[in-house]
Write a protein of this length. Structure first.
Length: 273
């Protein structure tokens, strides 16, 4: 397989949990040379150990050299403990890509003084199956080539939206970072409404899950705006129109979603640093 354009010549992944492991698998599928990859994780899962052994990825080598890109995917609360041992793994030309929630560029550079070029990214849970939505910000020290490498790595897990203002990471967190939970809640409450309408619980649950998943797949496959798709399936005076009249009322879904996203954005700002 030919590598996705922009893939780095060497990469070090620090933290190979669910998200880190999923990203590594995506990079390898996108053509990253396994011999160019190193994974550092004090307690790798059996699945990660098998993946590294099977693909020829170095797992916890004794003295790894700095790589072109170091991807930081540990738990945010573990940064303070891990930082002293990581700073020496960052060379003068290393790009640091962090997917740590709540850790700003200034926070990362304060704990990892050797880091100059930094990309802060906020992926979401569907990135673990290659359907993620990631917001990313690059500081002023990131070169065009480094940004291309970061884009290639992040795009292997889904779409990437680049931000001009790091402060907007909190908005990304509120919309796409937390967004899968909103969609899961939709499936949950739609099933509950189906049960209230008289459907058997298992039937209501299966219908609700398949409906949400199918609508999401259609959004992914069709570039038509969501509002236009909604209008296309809404016959004047029909059943869908009756339901939408409730959902689109002044106190309906739109203001509720704005309040929910605003609450998540505020909380993201409180947790930053």
């Amino acid at each position: 397989m030919s590598a996705r354009p922009g893939m780095p010549a060497s990469l070090m992944l620090v933290g190979a949990g669910k998200m880190g492991g999923a990203m590594l698998a995506g990079w390898l599928e996108s053509g990253l040379d396994p011999a160019a990859a190193t994974v550092l994780d004090p307690a790798p899962s059996e699945a990660m150990a098998r993946l590294c052994a099977g693909r020829g990825v170095a797992l916890n080598p004794p003295d790894p050299a700095p790589a072109a890109v170091l991807v930081l995917a540990i738990k945010p609360q573990g940064l303070d403990a891990a930082a002293p041992g990581l700073d020496e793994r960052i060379g003068p030309d290393t790009l640091l890509v962090s997917v740590l929630a709540g850790k700003t560029v200034a926070d990362l550079r304060g704990r990892l003084p050797a880091a100059r070029a930094v990309v802060r990214a906020m992926p979401n849970l569907p990135a673990s199956i290659g359907h993620g939505a990631t917001g990313a910000f690059a500081n002023g020290a990131v070169s065009e080539g480094q940004r291309a490498s970061a884009d290639a790595l992040l795009a292997a897990s889904g779409m990437v939206a680049w931000l001009d203002d790091e402060a907007m990471i909190d908005a990304v967190t509120a919309v796409s970072g937390s967004g899968p939970a909103y969609v899961f809640l939709l499936a949950e409450t739609l099933a509950q409404a189906g049960i209230a309408a008289g459907l058997a619980p298992d039937v209501a649950t299966r219908l609700a899950r398949a409906t949400v998943a199918g609508a999401g797949a259609l959004l992914d496959a069709d570039a038509t705006e969501a509002g236009a798709l909604r209008q296309a399936v809404t016959s004047p005076g029909g059943t869908t129109a009756a339901a939408l009249q409730v959902l689109m009322a002044e106190d309906g879904m739109a203001p509720l979603m704005r309040r929910a996203v605003a609450a998540a954005q505020r909380r993201a700002g409180e947790l930053s640093g």
